[in-house]
Design a protein around this ligand. Structure first.
Ligand code: PTJ
Length: 258
């Protein structure tokens, strides 16, 4: 196996990353996203979003915080208690976590719908195919410009996202989160940046990496009792969850050179 920079960018592959590299997992993830950007599933802009996410994950210690675990359980409780739950999937989420989306759908019975910021019909079809291949039952068909937004995230399905009461939005941009809240929906965000507009506006923010967060939400869907669900929903305090993540980052920075 040949490693190193002597193979041109067009010839790189995940198999070339040495498994003993201390940042192996991170490098494999980057390569996966780069491959998906080359094929059009991930928007080029999605690579910068991933970089921002990585930076925050570094500051969080690349692990699930106790407060994130509470958020993940609460997310499960909200999805299970919803009348019409929807999981919204974009290019980055599909590239990173298509099987995890399928498993969560199975555990909570939500609709899975593709919604894109950098929308083209071709990308929608590619992402729907990737999710279907991973085992998800994708809600597709005629989309309409239904959300009160001037950009292309306004496109969604009347019986899908538009009708949702609870909507899970991993790796979101703030505008749509605000618009969905304005429509009276409960929004669950997954965002490593506790300072983002999405994180601040969502009903519930899971400050965790999406491939760690989704399996935790799925597990909680399988384990929570009715009483657990009621308790988690009634004690939801997003301000506390965000401030715990910010406190953790501050502590890590304060002790970085100890
Ligand atoms: O596929 P499209 O066309 O819908 O475009 C998707 C992107 C991600 C490009 C679009 O939604 C976007 O521009 O998002 P933002 O505004 O960059 O926000 C993404 C947020 O997700 C940022 O706050 C990142 O910190 C966070 N993030 C990035 N990677 C991860 C993450 N959070 C959790 N897990 C990650 N792996």
């Amino acid at each position: 196996m040949q490693h190193g920079p002597d193979r041109g960018p067009g010839n790189r592959s995940i198999a070339m990353i040495p498994p003993d590299h201390p940042r192996y997992r991170s490098l494999v993830t980057r390569e996966r996203l780069a491959d998906c950007a080359r094929s059009g599933i991930v928007a080029m802009e999605g690579l910068t979003s991933h970089g921002r996410g990585e930076a925050f994950d570094y500051l969080l210690g690349e692990r699930t915080l106790g407060s994130a675990r509470i958020a993940e359980q609460t997310a499960a409780a909200m999805l299970l208690s919803a009348r019409h739950p929807v999981i919204s999937v974009n290019g980055n989420t599909a590239a990173l976590a298509a099987p995890e989306i399928a498993a969560l759908q199975e555990a909570c019975g939500a609709i899975v719908e593709v919604n894109l910021f950098h929308r083209t019909e071709k990308r929608v079809a590619q992402i729907e195919a990737l999710l279907t291949e991973a085992g998800a039952d994708v809600f597709s068909g005629e989309a309409e410009r239904l959300l009160p937004l001037t950009h292309d995230r306004a496109w969604c399905r009347r019986e899908g996202m538009y009708a949702a009461d609870v909507i899970l939005v991993p790796l979101e941009d703030g505008d749509r989160c605000e618009a969905l809240i304005g429509m009276g929906k409960k929004v669950i965000a997954v965002d490593l940046n506790p300072l983002s507009r999405t994180a601040q506006k969502a009903t519930l923010t899971v400050v965790d990496e999406v491939t760690r967060a989704l399996p935790e939400i799925t597990r909680a869907c399988r384990e929570l009792t009715e009483d657990d669900r009621r308790r988690l929903i009634s004690s939801l305090d997003n301000h506390y969850l965000l401030s715990e993540a910010i406190r953790e980052i501050t502590l890590r920075l304060a002790h970085a050179l100890d």
